[in-house]
Design a protein around this ligand. Structure first.
Ligand code: AMP
Length: 226
C-alpha cells in the first residue's frame, strides 16, 4: 500500500508505500515516485536490513523475526520512521515503503502526522494474486545501496550479478525464498490487509493492477497521483 499524504493540505507531498505483498512492485515503483515528486524514500525493510548488517541493538532485535518472515514489533518500526522523518530531506515530503504494515502502526503514524498538521491524500494498493509472487521473489536480485531491484527473467541486469549503474555486486535477500515467502504472505494477509481497509474508510485508497508490467504499473501510479 502506498499513501500520498499531505499534498492537498500542505503542498508537501507525502507518499507511504506500505501495503501490497512482497514482490508486488512497491520497491520497483518507489524510486520512480521519489524522483518524480522529489520526496525522500523511507523503506523500513531496507533500514532494518542495514541495522541487521551493522549488528546495531535494533538490528539484533529485528533479525529473528525478519529471518522467519514475520513482522518486527510496531514500537521498533514506528521508532525508526519517527526518527527518519525528522531528516531535513524529508521536509518536502516522503514516500514510506513497507510501512505501515499493521493497523497499530497506521494509528501511530496518524498520531505522528497529526502533530505536524498534515493528512493522507492517497493510498496506493498494489493488488496482486499470491500465485504470481513466488516466481517474482525467488528470481529477485537487489543492489543494496540504491534499492534497485532486478529479476533473472523479467528484468535482468546487463551483466549477470552486477548493478547496471554502479557496477557493484547484486545480492539475493535471505528471506527471498519460497519457504520464507509463505510466512511473509501469511503476515501480509493477517496483519497488513486490514491496514488497507483502515485507509479505505478514510477514502484515500487507489487500487493498482500490480500483476501488470512495471511500466504499465508506473502509468497507473502517475494517473492516480496526478
Ligand atoms: P521488506 O523489505 O519490506 O519486504 O521487509 C523485510 C522484512 O522486514 C519483513 O518481512 C519484516 O520482517 C520487516 N519489516 C519491514 N517493514 C516492517 C514493518 N513496517 N513492520 C514490521 N516489520 C517490518
Amino acid at each position: 500500500m502506498n499513501i500520498v499524504e499531505g499534498r492537498l493540505l500542505s503542498g508537501r507531498p507525502r507518499i507511504l508505500n506500505g501495503g501490497g505483498p512482497p514482490g508486488s512492485g512497491k520497491g520497483t515503483q518507489s524510486p520512480m515516485i521519489k524522483d518524480e515528486y522529489c520526496l525522500c524514500h523511507l523503506a523500513t525493510g531496507d533500514m532494518l536490513r542495514a541495522a541487521v548488517a551493522a549488528k546495531t541493538p535494533l538490528g539484533v532485535k529485528a533479525k529473528e523475526a525478519m529471518d522467519k518472515g514475520e513482522l518486527v514489533s510496531d514500537e521498533l518500526v514506528v521508532g525508526i520512521i519517527d526518527e527518519a522523518m525528522k531528516k531535513p530531506s524529508c521536509q518536502k515530503g516522503f514516500i514510506l515503503d513497507g510501512f505501515p504494515r499493521t493497523v497499530g502502526q497506521a494509528q501511530m503514524l496518524d498520531e505522528m502526522l497529526e502533530k505536524q498538521g498534515v493528512k493522507i491524500d492517497k493510498v496506493l494498493d498494489f493488488a496482486i494474486d499470491d500465485s504470481i509472487l513466488e516466481e517474482r521473489i525467488t528470481g529477485r536480485w537487489i543492489h543494496p545501496a540504491s534499492g534497485r531491484s532486478y529479476h533473472t527473467k523479467f528484468a535482468p541486469p546487463k551483466v549477470p550479478g552486477v548493478d547496471d549503474v554502479t557496477g557493484e555486486p547484486l545480492i539475493q535477500r535471505k528471506d527471498d525464498t519460497a519457504a520464507v515467502l509463505k510466512s511473509r504472505l501469511e503476515a501480509f494477509h493477517k496483519q497488513t490487509e486490514p491496514v488497507i481497509d483502515y485507509y479505505w474508510k478514510k477514502g484515500v485508497v487507489a487500487k493498482l493492477h500490480a500483476e501488470k508490467s512495471p511500466k504499465e504499473v508506473t502509468e497507473e501510479v502517475q494517473k492516480v497521483l496526478s
